[in-house]
Every structure is written in C-alpha cells, then in structure tokens.
Design a binder for this molecule. Sequence first.
Ligand code: NAG
Ligand code: NAG
Ligand code: NAG
Ligand code: NAG
Length: 564
Amino acid sequence: MARLLQILCTLLAVLLGSTSSVTFVGDDPVVELSLGKLQGSTMQSFTGKTIYAFRGIRYAQPPVWQLRFSNPLPATSWGDEVLKATSDSLVCPQPGITLLMSEDCLKLNVFTKNFEDKLPVIVYIHGGANVLGSGQSVYEAGPQYLLDHDVVFVAFNYRLGALGFLSTNSSEAKGNFGYLDQVMALEWVREHISHFGGDPEMVTILGMSAGSMAVSLHLASPLSAGLFHRAILMSGSATNHFDIDNLFWTRKLARELGCPMYDPTDVVECLRNETWPRIVEICKAWETYQFVNMKWNYEVDGHFLTSHPTELIEEGKFNRVPLLISYTANELDFTANVHLENEPLLHDLGSNFVEYAPELFLYRKDSIKSQRLKDFYLRDNMTGINAENIEQFGRIFSDGIIGHGVHRLVHLARPYTPVFYMRTDYVGDRSISAPLGEDHRPLGVGHADDLQYVMPGLWYGTIMPAGHSDIFMMERLTSWFTHFARTGTPLNTTDSWLPCTSTDLKMLYNGVVTQVGSPGYSDRYALWDELFPTPAASGGAAWKPGLVVAIATGLASRLGGKLM
Ligand SMILES: *[C@@H]1O[C@H](CO)[C@@H](O)[C@H](O)[C@H]1NC(C)=O
Ligand SMILES: *[C@@H]1O[C@H](CO)[C@@H](O)[C@H](O)[C@H]1NC(C)=O
Ligand SMILES: *[C@@H]1O[C@H](CO)[C@@H](O)[C@H](O)[C@H]1NC(C)=O
Ligand SMILES: *[C@@H]1O[C@H](CO)[C@@H](O)[C@H](O)[C@H]1NC(C)=O
C-alpha cells in the first residue's frame, strides 16, 4: 500500500512537472543529483512518520595525504553507479571514543519526508570543543524529533583538532580547515537540497557549543554569505575574549612528534607523514585536567575571516539573519566536580588561582584580571576549592567559556537583526553533567542538556519512551526551532516573546512554564565586559586579540608549564 502511494506520488510529481527525480527500489528511495545517484533507506520519526534517510554522503574529497592541512575540495561525480547512502560515515579522528574513525570523514546525512515540497532546511553543526563530536545519526544527531515537523534535516562531520585547525600562520597551513569544511557542506546543501524536498533559499544553521561558536563565525564570514537565512545558537559564540594561538599548539605538536618546529614547509611535510592516531594521541595528552577548552580554533586568515568576529559583528559587518540564541542555566557549573576527590588539586587551584586562571579561562597572563575573577566568584579569603564552593568555581567556566560570549553576541547583533534570546532553566530527567539529588533527579541544567530535546542520540540523550516526563520540552523546542526555520520567529506571534532589538532587551526563561524578563546573570557578564571590552568599548586602540602570545611569553616557558 505504502509502495503504491509512493508510485502514485512519483507519477503525480511527474505530471505536475516537478523537478524531483526520486524513484524507489522496494521501499528505498533513489535520488538523482548532478553528482550521481544515491540510494537511501527509511526510518521512523518519533510519532511514526516515515523518514527517508540518506547517510554518509561525501561532500568533499577525502582530506588525506597532500589534502591533509589543506582547504577542502568539493566532491566529484561518481558516474552511473547507484551509491548506497544507507549507513553513517565513520567519524573524524578524535580522542577518547570507541567509534570507528577515519580521516575520510567529510560526509553528511540528509533526512526528509517528502521529495516534492520546498521545505525549510535545518543544518546542524555539532559541538565538542573542536576536538570531539560528529553528525552521526545514532550517537549525536538523530532526526526523529525534528522530522515530526515539516523540515529537511542535514547533519555532517568536519575536521577536528590539529587535522582541522593546524596553522603555521602562513600559506603552507592557514588553519580554519574545519570551518571551511562547514562552508563546503553548506555549499553542498545549496546545490543539492532541492532534490530532497528542501528549499535552498530557506536554510537555518543550528549549532551547539563549539558548533554554536562556528555559527557565529559563519555570521561573520564573507564565505558563508547567502548560504543560510537564519541561525540558531545553542551555548556558544566566538564573540568572546579567547586568546587563540593555533601556531603555538602546532609547534608543540610538531616538537612532540619529533618534527621540525619553525619552517612551515618542513613542519607541514613532516606532519603529513604522521599517522592520524599519533596526532590525536599527542594532543589528547595535553588535556590532563579534563577542563573544557578550545585550543584549536579559528584564524583571522583574510579569507574565512577578515577580522575578529567581535569586531565584525560590532560594526554590523555580518550576515544579518534572524537569530535565536540560547544557553542553559548552569552550563559548565559542574565541570570541576570530577575532581571532588582530588583534594591536592582543588587546594592548588584555589590557592594558586592567579597562576591557573589564564590557562583555564583562555586569556593572556594578567594577574590583575585573575585576581578580579577570583574576588568576584570565590571571595578573596578563599584558599581552597571544596564541595561547598566548587560550583562557584565552575561558574567561571560557564561565563568565561560560554555565557559571556553568547551575551555579548546578543548585544552586538541586536541593533542590526532581531535576536530571540533564551535561557533554558528546565531541569529534566537526565543530565550529562549535573550531580543527582536525593530523588535521583539532576540538580541543574548543564551544558548540552538541552540538545537531547532537539535531536536524540546516545551521547546527549536517547529517544524518550512514550509517556516520558520530558516529552513536552522536546515538543516545545522542536516546534520553536522549526517555526523559526520557516518564518524567522519561534512563535506564530511575537507578542509574548519580543526579540531583542536596539531598543528592546528581553530574555525568555524556558522552564516548566515560560516567562519573559530582563536577561539573566547581567552582573556576572558585566565583569567580563569590563575585563575584556570590545574594540568599540575600548576605543579601538590596542585591541589585538591573541595573536602573538608565543612571542610575548616565550615559547619555551609555555612549553614548560602547560596545564590543559
Ligand atoms: C614523507 O614520506 C615520504 C614517503 O614515505 C618520504 O619520501 C619523505 O622523505 C617523508 N618526509 C618527511 C619530512 O619525513
Ligand atoms: C571569608 O570566608 C568565610 C567562609 O567562607 C565567609 O563567611 C566570609 O564572609 C569571607 N570573608 C570575606 C571578607 O569574604
Ligand atoms: C498560534 O499557535 C498556537 C499554538 O500552536 C495556536 O493555538 C494558535 O491558534 C496559533 N495562532 C495563529 C494566529 O496562528
Ligand atoms: C602571523 O603572521 C602575521 C602576518 O605575517 C603576523 O603579523 C603575526 O604576528 C603572525 N602571528 C604569529 C603568532 O606569529
């Protein structure tokens, strides 16, 4: 019966002159792109609708050998063969997981319910601090919730860690490879998504954590202009104070692999000869304290980025699309809890806070700034971190790594484009990071805890069984996100949730019930604004975000005393 319907639909489409070029082999759809034919498979949405899934589609050439540490090249045609796009790609090389990995990972997944429509498209950019994560449909980016709504969903992998962001600060390796992969995935969407029932003129990019920071970079990048029409940012923005130094980490990696350190040609040639497991393993060994950080990050390369994203957005020089920007009430508050038993470390973190802080919170050594942070978050008579104040300590990560950048983006963007600003306060049944209370429920809503309501996966939260107490939150968020993808507003009226504009500043608090008020944590973010002013706020002068750290502080001393 279903089969008959499909045939009728296909016939109807042909009669109506649709451009769709889908056929069926049994139940499996086959689409024909300019690159060749792809065979998909079927799966079910949360409420049991049929989803056509196309998984593991190559969007760029394998970034191996001479293409490692190079800008991606677009995928080429595979001729007459019908490619099976029926299983997820291997994930990009990353530490600490048992999934199968490969450098040949620049693949994407497309999920649709219908080939004839022109539906809004949501493209997911995964998180993981630029070193972890994937667009894998089982582990991270399941389509089952979003596809209960009328959208096409795309998720993809991009290069991570040194393989994605290595930089010699010269033409030999200019960095940003992971971000250029993302641009290429968006170009693939623009070119091919109409064959899957998606509207290339109605693309929403949705990022979480490092993926959200990536979304903010696509707002600022000239290369991403026209490739998307709305953006959803969940817990991350590159409009932060981060002191980025890819060159330093590149040299450290080269040195630890026994490669030359300085001449860019020698460095890159030697690193191209190393196996990726060695590269991943060396970088992993730098993360002994398990605190979130983003060593590998963007470069202002004159190509993907012409200036610091904060500067571009502050000046209005960005892709001005409607924005939906959110974070969670507790973000990284629980990040240090893994060390609760490690008394010597907690004692040292407290008593030598000023020494540790620049490394942990990603700014150049500055004892005045460090002392101000300590005074504000921990009070000045504090000599150790313990069970009583460990979440106070965690809040510095919440604000410094996530919240303040997000808050700043809202302020910088709102004169130019509507910004729907939201904080998720709802404490669900499951949390990745929050400790559990006596009733076995989490004691807060941590970083990425909201993603489980948008896309199910083994890492952030599996599909909820029928009757689960958090289903209403999944229905709420997916309905807001898909409505936003369609119209640029999360609700069908903005009466109850006004966007932030040059004159209005409102936050929606997303709890069991929703409430609109003034944005939260403004006293906390005011401190970061004062310590790390924007170019305009500091008069423009001397605002050169972290490019010369290795020189300023001496490479040798940095190599000696690394923390993360
Ligand atoms: C890299 O490997 C190639 C072939 O295996 C070899 O000819 C070349 O000398 C190597 N280069 C370096 C810098 O190790
Ligand atoms: C010092 O710490 C104690 C105990 O945590 C606290 O009660 C007191 O207010 C603190 N004093 C100052 C000046 O912060
Ligand atoms: C707006 O959405 C609500 C809830 O989905 C619905 O009840 C209402 O009828 C809608 N209003 C309009 C004007 O479409
Ligand atoms: C990178 O190169 C630019 C231009 O050559 C230079 O101004 C800058 O200082 C370099 N950065 C580092 C960290 O060496």
